[in-house]
Design a protein. Sequence first.
Length: 466
Amino acid sequence: MVEYTILIVDDEKLIRWSLTERLQKEGFLTKEAQDGASALAMFEKSNIDLVLLDLKLPDTDGISILKKIQSQDTNVPAIIITAYSTIDTAVEAMKVGAYDYISKPFNMEELIIGVKRALEATSLKREMHDIVTEQKSKFGLQNLVGVSQPMLDIFELIKKIAKSDATTVLLRGESGTGKDLIARAIHYESARSDKPFMTITCTALQDTLLESELFGHEKGSFTDAKIQKKGLFELASGGTIFMDEIGDMSPPLQAKVLRVLEEKAFKRIGGTVDIKIDVRIIAATNRDLEKAVEEKKFRDDLYYRLNVVPMYIPPLRERRKDIPLLIDHFIGYYNREFRKSVKGVSDVAMEKLKNYVWPGNIRELRNAIERAMLLGTGEIISADDLVLGTDIRKSDTEKGKHIFKLPQEGTVIDEVEKDLVVQALERSGYNQTRAAKLLGITRDKLRYRMEKFGLLTHQENETPVK
């Protein structure tokens, strides 16, 4: 159980004593102060989680103390306690940042409930702050890799868009160029970063399901609508929605999205009431929208509405200067994932990577490094470790070669299979998902073979699974 420390600030000794007795019975730690000066001194030197603050103190007033506490830490809730209850003082206390306001004589049970609620709310607030901080660290601008001029221009544009009031952004570029990472960077660099970031791929769902996901539905609006459901536009209000592959959205849904962009409002499926929202929409596509407009496959009014702040993400072949940086980035990432210590790539391998055309862009580069690190055994990735382009479709059996050469005296096939399973587990750091991927089978099939060969108990008991 988390131990919370509560600072009781009151000039009446009896009140401090009664509050201390009850709060300690509830499992809280307590500290006491009889005036404003000692309260501030106590707050500065101790880790205080909540303040019970009398409005009238010998040397000052509770509002002044509350302001000073809030200036030091806005995450510490305060409950004002006073015998001089007026509407004006209550309003002033709440404006300054008090969590609650109660009058003397107070009901001890109600006060304890208020204390617990305040601590729960603050705990949730801190958790959310930690999550947002982690997401900013993971998806902020500092995590985008690039020193080429096209990427430096994009970084500057991201900063400008993030700080602006622009509610519509259109990301264009080939598949695999990192449009989703750009969208997240815009969100987490903006004032919306503590609000939701919701993402949806417009081709992943049928029209009816996509509409329900975006707009939500009312109970009974269709056969399976057993409860009311909020859509992404409603859930993301105040934040950002990333709509990937918007160029593939059907014309009827395009019209509804256009209304949201123009009116900042929508109706749930089956609903009659407009729901107002404040949301930034970042749309992405790898399609030629101008051609789609000409062919009447994409609404021209939606195109013009989306294209207010366009951003073109260059393919990897247009930013070859970034390839060594990206390689180092992915090697570092997979060293942590696979618990390896690969130091880099050979000169020949680097030339091979630099000269390749990368039709799959950064995603393909990432996959190539992942595969090389899974299958390679040395500290340096060699050119032979890299499988690029059409090489992926070539198996080791081409040119008459066999993956396994059968000895003249024959062999036991179960022993070969067991050996392959062990190799895959060792090479993947005993990560079952990656081991299964190496063998081209599902994780369930891998576990079946591990159990068959007596490897499951050994692996689970002696080797930590990441």
